[in-house]
Design a protein around this ligand. Structure first.
Ligand code: F0G
Length: 463
């Protein structure tokens, strides 16, 4: 595999083991064929998510001991505030227990019922908080994002024409803010260019519309800008991140991604009125505004993680590892979203299982069959994740994807080879793989807790 040597060495390990094939089949039945319902000890290689599953550095572990657990005015809050101010460049900071906590504070602060909230594709929790606050989500991502095989460098970009058309039809005063995810998780980790972010920012500022960055993996976006956007090639990841944030009014952050902690998040902004509102709501939903639902030690580990996350070699190694996994899968013919994104490889389940209709849940089924084949846990990102609208209709996304997200600094090249070989074997017998149907569907964020059973095995077996 074409991965640069790790810019770190291993200090502690956790044992993992592979269950036998009959055991894995039994565990799938117990979990209702939903990978979210598998028990972690039954998983060999866990690529469900890169969220909160990262390995911290020795300096982060040391920082835990410095946690100031005072209820009010904790010194650890000051450490976090300074790290965010210096790394992202925002003035005001409200800590939250994780990203969706910040999304809740933001949505409640800025959205009035009936307001529109454009975004470059949706993220599950982000859109749900917007809708729960009475907002209407409008997708303004460029068309290329919906096509898994187009090799464009910035498939996360906002289509300014779509944004302008929306503003024209509903009026700028009915737009709560625009939410820009950089990179776009649900599109396969596709980045946004600084050129596009600048154009969006200029347009929105001319109309008095706030720009809010979903910064969960903004560091990876910054690295991809350095790689692909000529004007920024000689800038560091740290410098590019600050440039990105300067185009926006606020960010919501899940520190469980870029910042390499197991729990934590924040809302940061330059807007005094938003800060005032979010800080006040924080005491209702999260905890006092200087701890936001976290322990002092969590704030310390997050502060160190934020300062360390912008090191170019760390980010570069991570992205090259993801890319190597994608290339290995491609060598077995497995169809994946191109270009390969920053945090994971996304298998195109529609192309992998073309004999299944969207209602036969191809991505959900593929995630289940991958676990059955090799004990690797992945995540559905298709119609099950897209959920239902307020009136009960199914959101029907164009993409049916299975995500293999790589935790940071956790797995080695040989783990990744094992994953690619297992999925490669499954691909060879893809015609025999059935779809799934629901046996239980909860109301909110159904992908987490739904249960399924297999449909009959397809009869035509060509391979
Ligand atoms: N925004 C993006 C782009 C995310 O990917 C996530 C979480 C959130 C917001 C919410 O943050 O989990 O800390 O509340 N994504 C995880 C994932 C769950 O697996 O992609 P959170």
């Amino acid at each position: 595999m074409n991965i640069p040597p790790e810019p770190y060495k291993i200090k502690m390990i956790e044992s993992i083991s592979l269950l036998s094939a009959p055991e894995r089949r039994a565990r799938l039945v117990d979990a209702g064929y939903n990978t979210f319902l598998l028990r972690s000890p039954d998983v060999y290689i866990d690529l469900l998510t890169d969220s909160g599953t990262n390995a911290m550095t020795d300096t982060q572990w040391a920082a835990l001991m410095r946690g100031d657990e005072a209820y009010a005015g904790s010194r650890s809050y000051e450490a976090l505030e300074a790290a965010i101010q210096q790394t992202y460049g925002y003035k005001f900071v409200v800590p939250t227990h994780q990203g969706r906590g910040a999304e809740n504070l933001l949505s409640k602060s800025l959205i009035k019922p009936g307001d529109h909230v454009p975004g470059n594709m949706y993220f599950t929790t982000t859109r749900l908080h917007q809708e729960l606050a009475g907002g209407i989500f409008d997708d303004v991502i460029c068309d290329e994002a919906h096509n898994p095989s187009i090799e464009a460098p910035f498939k996360g970009n906002v289509d300014l024409k779509k944004l302008e058309a929306l503003v024209k039809s509903v009026g700028a005063s009915k737009i709560a803010y625009i939410s820009v995810g950089a990179p776009v998780n649900m599109a396969g980790g596709q980045p946004v260019s600084l050129e596009n972010l600048t154009a969006v920012s200029d347009y929105c500022r001319s109309k008095g519309i706030k720009v809010v960055l979903d910064a969960a993996r903004a560091v990876e976006n910054a690295w991809l800008i350095q790689e692909r956007e000529k004007a920024w090639r000689s800038y560091s990841v740290a410098e590019i991140l600050k440039e990105m944030c300067s185009r926006t009014d606020a960010c919501t952050m899940s520190a469980k991604k870029d910042a390499n902690v197991n729990i934590g998040g924040f809302l940061a902004t330059n807007d005094a009125a938003l800060f005032e509102s979010a800080r006040n709501l924080c005491v209702v939903y999260e905890g006092l505004h200087t701890y936001g639902g976290l322990a002092g030690r969590d704030l310390e580990a997050m502060a160190v993680g934020i300062r360390e996350m912008v090191q170019d070699d760390f980010v570069g190694h991570r992205i090259m590892q993801v890319r190597a996994l994608g290339e290995a899968l491609e060598s077995f013919g497995v169809p994946i979203v191109k270009p390969i994104g920053g945090h994971g490889v996304f298998i195109d389940a529609k192309a992998f299982l073309p004999h299944l209709t969207q209602d036969e849940l191809p991505a959900q089924a593929l995630a289940a069959w991958i676990y059955g084949e090799c004990g690797v846990r992945t995540m559905e990102r298709g119609i099950v994740s897209a959920g239902r609208g307020e009136d009960g209709h199914e959101h029907r996304p164009k993409l049916e994807l299975v995500r293999l997200a790589l935790p940071r600094r956790v797995y080695t090249a040989s783990h990744l080879e094992f994953v690619a070989e297992g999925i490669g074997r499954l691909y060879k017998r893809r015609d025999s793989l059935p779809g799934l149907k629901y046996t239980y569907e909860p109301k909110l964020l159904r992908f987490f807790q739904s249960r399924f059973e297999p449909l009959p095995v397809p009869v035509a077996t060509k391979r």
